[in-house]
Design a protein around this ligand. Structure first.
Ligand code: SAH
Length: 460
């Protein structure tokens, strides 16, 4: 039992980092989660809340800084809910992320000799995001601000130049702000459901330089919109400008209706040689440089020579499918969201790729059905599931189909470890494991794994 009270001061050494990026320290076996700390920091912190065996405390003072500690580059790093690791050097973040994968695979997966290859870090860990969504609001003095939500809340922290986003964001926001001030347009207020200007969505094609601005409004019309369009067009690269109508009282950012104001309604970008059309409502990877590395590695692990049949489960807009199709005989993609499959088919057409076929549905339903009814087979199966990992029926079917290789792309190494154990117990061997950092300064890490069939007979 803890006899700590709120506002007590504790002293501890940070020894680990939690899933969500808080530093972890102990006092007499009691565990503390302390935001904005780095492994190796000796800190003084103020108790905020305690549970039976752990508590939360607020960083008050750093007694001895960790050698890995750096000065956060962003002025609002501590308030903003976006980055958790801005006080940790990038090199150290990569080590931490690699260790996280290793620990999960050994502790949860029970693997002993993990064939880990060095994590793929970013050459430039700043300004890597091609997409930003800024909410608008008022500060304490009543000035219009755009920014980001504070951690675990909807209080807006003013910041028009997020260092993870592109430099043009600031210019776009300043022009919208001037437009609001000039014409007396008010930012949307969640509590009262009043005010016109909701989020601004900005996207940039890194390879093409094309920029898209989509302004979400709580209403049917944006006063003097031609004037805003004219102003935004002065920004080099501006290709698509639109309004998104969202009059619902919801924290979902985008509504369903888009009104095009300028341009073709989309921007274009490339991952590798594959071209993508990105409209305001479509999904697209936010870190295209690292996506290319991650999916390039998946392609390498798939070991294609041109004659293979490949299944890409949880295929989204088909990024991996289209990558694979360039080197396979046939690729089948499965995805639960119908709009994503519309985009996937559109993207295939756009690139003249004809050896892909997409299914809308759950991987754990489509795959068994196709296997049992239509006797499909696979030389390689690629999976890229959401955080909760693969459904067991899906894994069971994979084992029945017995492909030569399974390539697992994962955004959560804990569920990856669980699923790898399932496959390892049924005839697959982990051959390669490699981390890839898609989200620097956050605690997330992606991972790609190759599992090789060692003896199961393929049901060709
Ligand atoms: N590789 C994809 C992204 C994968 S993210 C791309 O590049 O676009 C994981 C995807 O799994 C999401 O698109 C999500 O909608 C989908 N998904 C979630 N549960 C699913 C299920 N049970 N069956 C199939 N797809 C699912």
């Amino acid at each position: 039992m803890a006899d700590w009270k709120k506002n007590d001061i504790i002293e501890t050494l940070i020894e680990d980092i939690s899933e969500t990026g808080e530093g972890i320290g102990k006092t007499d076996g009691f565990t503390w989660f302390i935001k904005d700390t780095v492994i190796g920091d000796k800190v003084e912190a103020k108790v905020m809340k305690t549970k039976k065996s752990y508590g939360f405390a607020k960083l008050e003072r750093i007694i001895t800084p960790s050698p890995a500690r750096i000065e956060p580059r962003c002025p609002v790093a501590r308030q903003c809910g976006g980055c958790q690791l801005q006080a940790m050097s990038y090199e150290e973040q990569l080590k931490y992320k690699e260790r996280k994968i290793y620990n999960n695979l050994t502790r949860i997966g029970g693997f002993k000799d993990i064939p880990m290859l060095p994590i793929m870090g970013m050459d430039e860990p700043w300004r890597y995001r091609n997409k930003a969504q800024f909410p608008w609001g008022l500060d304490k003095e009543g000035n219009i601000i755009a920014g980001f939500y504070a951690g675990r809340s909807h209080t807006i922290i003013g910041c028009d130049d997020c260092l993870l986003g592109v430099e043009e964001n600031r210019d776009v926001l300043q022009r919208i702000k001037s437009h609001m001030e000039k014409h007396g347009l008010t930012p949307y207020d969640e509590a009262s459901h009043k005010g016109l200007i909701r989020h601004t969505l900005i996207r940039k094609g890194f390879k093409t330089g094309e920029i898209m601005v989509c302004q979400v409004i709580n209403g049917k019309n944006l006063p003097h919109k031609d004037e805003l369009v004219e102003s935004l067009l002065e920004i080099p690269g501006m290709t698509s400008i639109s309004l998104n109508i969202n009059t619902e009282q919801t924290n979902v950012i985008l509504g369903n209706k888009v009104e095009n104001l300028y341009g073709p309604g989309y921007i274009t970008d490339y991952i590798g040689k594959v071209k993508y059309r990105i409209s305001p409502l479509s999904f697209y990877q936010v870190n295209p440089v690292q996506t290319e590395k991650l999916y390039g590695t998946a392609l390498e692990y798939a070991g294609l020579t041109g004659g293979e049949v490949v299944w890409d489960l949880y295929c989204g807009i088909g990024t991996i499918s289209l990558f694979l199709a360039q080197k396979a005989k046939k690729v089948y993609g499965v995805e639960i969201v119908p709009q994503a499959i519309d985009d996937a088919r559109e993207n295939a057409k756009l690139n003249g790729i004809e050896n892909v076929e997409f299914f809308v549905g759950k991987a754990e339903e489509v795959l068994p059905e196709q296997f049992e009814k239509n006797h499909v087979y696979a030389d390689v199966i690629v999976v890229d599931p959401p955080r909760k990992g693969c459904d067991e029926v899906c894994l069971e079917t994979i084992v029945k189909m017995a492909p030569e290789r399974v390539v697992y792309v994962s955004c959560d190494s804990a569920t990856l470890a669980r699923d790898m154990r399932y496959l390892a117990d049924r005839g697959y061997e982990a051959v390669k494991v490699r981390g890839c950092d898609m989200f620097g300064w956050s605690s997330h890490v992606e991972c790609v794994v190759l599992m090789q069939n060692c003896g199961l007979e393929s049901k060709k």
